[in-house]
Design a protein around this ligand. Structure first.
Ligand code: PLP
Length: 386
């Protein structure tokens, strides 16, 4: 019988899957075109819309977040079209690679990693050239920054350009108001704040984007053609065999979100991330990003001087069974480590993270200024925001 190591999964995705969701995914596979499964897909649709902040359809695909990033670009950008991509971290950088692979002409707005974006920079660039799309990441998991989509939406909305947003690590953990903010395609995935196993991707699409997708019958993708997915969704189906059991898990997770209340879920993320940030800073660890734009779903930290990022991650895993993330992008190697505060996270998780991080830093020769400083600071932050 298969066994897996017993450790605390504290990555910025995939995140720990709650027992209820895991049990749901263990149920028997149904006919994916039968009435029972269609009812589940329809219910997922109704429960996902408020999380995206949209009245439009939310298309569902088998695939990871990157598949959805690619699908978003492929459905609206033809080879040679100009796109403007905000690059503020690893996932903005990935959008550049995707758009280039699809033959787009790519311009970038380069933001200092961990720093803020002035939406006026987007406005200026839109005056200088006609773009098919402005492309950006809502929540840069590599730097711990949540970007202001509303501010960018306000400058893109009245231009012919579409606004494509990756909210893979934001959705359901930080607010998304796609329609009100003027985002045209928002993509996400199951394994982050949605508390499911990896494997499901989502794309919500505005009326403005549908006009482009429908323009001339040209979507250079068969599997990820949004038109095909929409046509099936209208009959509560998917064009191809979906990961049936993952949909059970999604539905259970959406029930959990609705039971807690979306506003409460978002508040919990914000409160816990703030407590973790307070705790790590009290341990003498600096945030990687500009603090006032910190994400509520991931805390990114600078590796303390004299230490190696990989050593912190390794020690936490081997000695304390706490699995966090280091750097993924070559430019950040050894400089950043990250803890997820997304999904089914509780106060206990944050306090345990800080106990283990304090012990790890001590093991590596960087003891806390005072014993339990991190836990104390986090408890104070939690009390202040209770
Ligand atoms: N976008 C963001 C912001 C992410 O954090 C991730 C994954 O960490 C992705 C895209 C890519 O998702 P996946 O690994 O599911 O392809």
């Amino acid at each position: 019988m298969l066994t897996i190591p017993d450790y605390r999964l504290r990555l910025p995705g995939p995140t720990a899957v709650p027992e209820r969701v895991r049990q749901a995914t263990a149920l028997p596979v149904l006919n994916h075109r039968g009435a029972e499964f269609k009812a589940m897909l329809a219910e997922c649709q109704q429960r996902l819309k408020p999380i995206f902040g949209t009245r439009h359809d939310v298309l569902l695909f088998a695939g990871s977040g990157t598949a959805m990033m690619e699908a978003a670009v492929a459905n609206v950008v033809s080879p040679g079209d100009a796109v403007l991509i905000v690059v503020a971290g690893q996932f903005g950088d990935r959008f550049v690679s995707i758009a280039k692979a699809l033959g787009a002409t790519v311009d970038t707005i380069d933001v200092e990693w961990g720093g803020a974006l002035d939406a006026q920079r987007v406005a200026e660039r839109l005056k200088s050239r006609s773009y098919r799309a402005v492309v950006m990441v809502h929540n840069e998991s590599s730097t711990g920054v949540a970007y202001d989509i509303a501010a960018v939406g306000a400058v893109v909305r009245d231009t012919p350009a579409l606004l494509i947003v990756d909210s893979v690590s934001g959705l359901a953990g930080i607010e998304m108001k796609m329609d009100a903010w003027g985002a045209d395609i928002v993509v996400s995935a199951s394994q982050k704040s949605l508390m499911c196993a990896p494997g499901l991707g989502f794309a919500a699409v505005s009326a403005k984007a549908w006009k482009v997708i429908d323009r001339d019958g040209r979507v250079p993708s068969f599997f990820a053609d949004f038109r095909r997915a929409k046509a099936s969704l209208e009959k509560d189906g998917t064009p191809f065999t979906p990961p049936v059991t993952l949909v059970y898990g999604l539905l259970e997770a959406l029930h959990m979100i609705d039971e807690e209340g979306l506003a409460n879920v978002l508040r919990r993320h914000s409160r816990l991330a703030a407590a973790l940030r307070a705790g790590v800073q009290a341990l003498g660890v600096e945030l990687y990003n500009q603090p006032d734009i910190s994400s509520s779903t991931v805390v990114a930290m600078k590796v303390p001087r004299g230490l190696e990022g990989g050593a912190i991650v390794q020690r936490l895993r081997e000695r304390y069974r706490t699995v966090i993330a280091g750097a993924r992008h070559p430019s950040q190697t050894g400089k950043v480590f990250r803890i997820g505060t997304m999904g089914a996270v509780s106060e206990t998780d944050i306090i345990t993270d800080l106990r283990h991080l304090e012990a790890t830093l001590k093991d590596l020769g960087k003891p806390a200024p005072t014993q339990h400083a991190g836990v104390r600071a986090a408890l104070d932050a939690l009390a202040a925001s209770a």
